[in-house]
Design a protein around this ligand. Structure first.
Ligand SMILES: C[S@@+](CC[C@H](N)C(=O)[O-])C[C@H]1O[C@@H](n2cnc3c(N)ncnc32)[C@H](O)[C@@H]1O
Length: 512
């Protein structure tokens, strides 16, 4: 049972976690569900034949491959007999049982739960791409009501592709879609502004005030719609018109030097200064937020689907206020939680992989030093031996990520690992040098972590020893879910001990 607690990370399946949350408890939802859009359209529509599709990253690949579990979820949604159930049935009737309909089946109950936990003033942004956005939009209409559709935002996420040379017969695919819905017309909406384009500045603000150097344009102050719109008519500077301002206000503006007449008899106009412009109200095509690029940005954490913080900050600023609760139920490496914390919102992040949850926890602590003196609370973190063993039983990879995180290590590989990292589940380091008075020899020694959630034996100790030697690491740590056998202890003893070049002491392993 997960208790709803803002500023908490939840480790688990978001459907189960959300079902434990009370109704109307969050102010904004952003979700970026996994969907491997790099696959070609044809592959996506291939009928499932019981073979596992390649996972996007470890541990959640099967969420959108049609299988027994999908059929059960599908039956559950369809049996509701509501618009969402009827729509899902129609999708499957038209498209068949494949990756796309598995994905829609997985999304349907989650969107229904998300709507339930949203306050009437809340909004939701579903991040997807054109391979699925058209289906998701119809699904969102069924869940939230077409009247609560606000925008489909186009985010230009990448530079132009030049794959025509490689035979591509389509236009460059460089945008993602964000489907923006609200829970009700009472949803929070704060207008955002973007800087004026250079061309507007030069072509529109073309006058410069000689005494101050301020750029300005001359705006119309006649009253549009004339008398019918209630605009007053009077003579000003020799010109009679319907005006936008009362006579008194006009006089005031004139005395401030804001209303000017360029030639005697010409229609007076108002000075609008460039430095007072708030910019252009935000539109629904976003080309000014760059994707994360390799090492050029300090933001990159190596998570394949990581989104830029600026994107999340814009969404959060538009659709929430300080103190509000922002929920990301597919949180990945936690971009939404970091952006929310920076903008003084509360946050809730959910992810089904321990790897992601641990990454988020560390990212929050590293990004906001001092803000989490007691650490970041992780709900669903195995708190005792029985819970850890249950995790090992349920999912050996998640147990592996959890064990590596508890040792302060960085996870390597996982379900889909290939080649290089074989035998290494995690790595951590410690500083080492040849002696107290030899700082020039300072370096980081490696500790290799190997985790066995299931059965284990002396071979695992021998393998780890081999890996430690191959990698020239200082220490190997084997984490197992049962007591080591006498044979295993013998193998460990035979592998030798680590002697620190710093003080010449020998460090023995423990098996606690
Ligand atoms: C595309 S990534 C999100 C990336 C994120 N927006 C960021 O900037 O890092 C999708 C995430 O959803 C998680 N996920 C997949 N199925 C889930 C489920 N049923 N419940 C919770 N999380 C899930 C995956 O583990 C993955 O980390």
């Amino acid at each position: 049972m997960s208790e709803f607690r803002p500023n908490t990370l939840y480790y688990g399946d978001n459907l189960e976690v959300l079902r434990d949350f009370p109704s109307e408890c969050v102010d904004l939802v952003y979700l970026d569900p996994p969907f491997n859009s790099n696959r070609s359209y044809n592959v996506l529509f291939k009928e499932a034949k019981g073979t596992e599709a390649e996972a996007q990253i470890e541990a959640f690949g099967d969420t959108w491959t049609w299988g027994q579990h999908t059929s059960e979820v599908y039956d559950g949604v369809v049996s509701r007999g509501d618009d969402v159930g009827r729509l899902l049935q129609a999708f499957v009737a038209a498209l068949g049982r494949n990756d796309v309909t598995a994905y829609l089946t997985m999304m349907a109950p989650r969107l229904v739960e998300l709507r339930r936990v949203m306050k009437p003033t809340a909004s939701i942004y579903l991040h997807c791409d054109p391979t699925a956005s058209h289906y998701l939009k119809v699904l969102m209409d069924a869940v939230f009501g077409p009247q609560n559709y606000v925008n489909e935002i186009v985010w230009k996420r990448s530079d132009a592709h030049s794959d025509a040379g490689q035979g591509a017969k389509h236009l460059g695919r460089i945008h993602d879609s964000l489907l923006y819905y609200r829970r009700s017309p009472a949803a929070v909406f704060n207008v955002q502004y973007t800087p004026l384009p250079e061309s507007t500045i030069t072509n529109w603000y073309k006058h410069v005030e000689p005494e101050t150097g301020r750029r300005y344009n001359l705006g119309d102050i006649t009253g549009p719609g004339g008398a019918a719109k209630g605009n007053p008519q009077y003579e000003f500077l020799g010109v009679t018109r319907y005006w936008r301002y009362s006579r008194e206000r006009m006089q005031e503006l004139y005395e401030q030097g804001r209303v000017v007449q360029r030639r005697p008899g010409s229609v007076p106009a108002i000075k609008r200064y460039l430095d007072e412009s708030r910019g252009v109200a935000l539109q629904d095509v976003w080309t000014d937020i760059e994707m994360l690029r390799g090492l050029r940005t300090g933001e990159r954490l190596g998570y394949p689907t990581q989104k830029p913080e600026a994107l999340l900050e814009r969404i959060i600023a538009t659709s929430s206020n300080e103190g509000d609760v922002v929920l990301d139920p597919f949180c990945g490496c936690g971009t939404a939680t970091v952006a929310a914390h920076r903008l003084k919102r509360q946050w809730v992040g959910i992810d089904i992989t321990y790897l992601a949850v641990d990454l988020m926890r560390r990212r929050l602590i590293d990004t906001f030093p001092g803000d989490f003196p007691d650490g970041v609370h992780v709900d669903g973190d195995p708190a005792d031996e029985a819970a850890a063993l249950a995790l090992a039983e349920r999912d050996k990879y998640q147990f592996q990520y959890w064990a590596v995180a508890k040792l302060g290590g960085t996870a390597r590989g996982g379900e889909n690992r290939k080649g290089m990292d074989r035998g290494i589940d995690g790595v951590t380091t410690f500083p080492e040098q040849d002696g107290p008075d030899q700082p020039d020899t300072r370096r980081f020694a490696q500790v290799i972590i190997s985790v066995k959630g299931g059965g284990t034996g002396p071979k695992d100790v021998r393998d780890l020893h081999g890996t430690v030697e191959r990698e020239k690491a200082a220490i190997g740590v084997l984490v197992i879910a049962s007591e080591p056998t006498r044979e295993m202890r013998r193998e460990a003893a035979a592998a030798g001990l680590y002697t620190s070049p710093w003080d010449g002491k020998t460090y023995a392993a423990s098996n606690s």
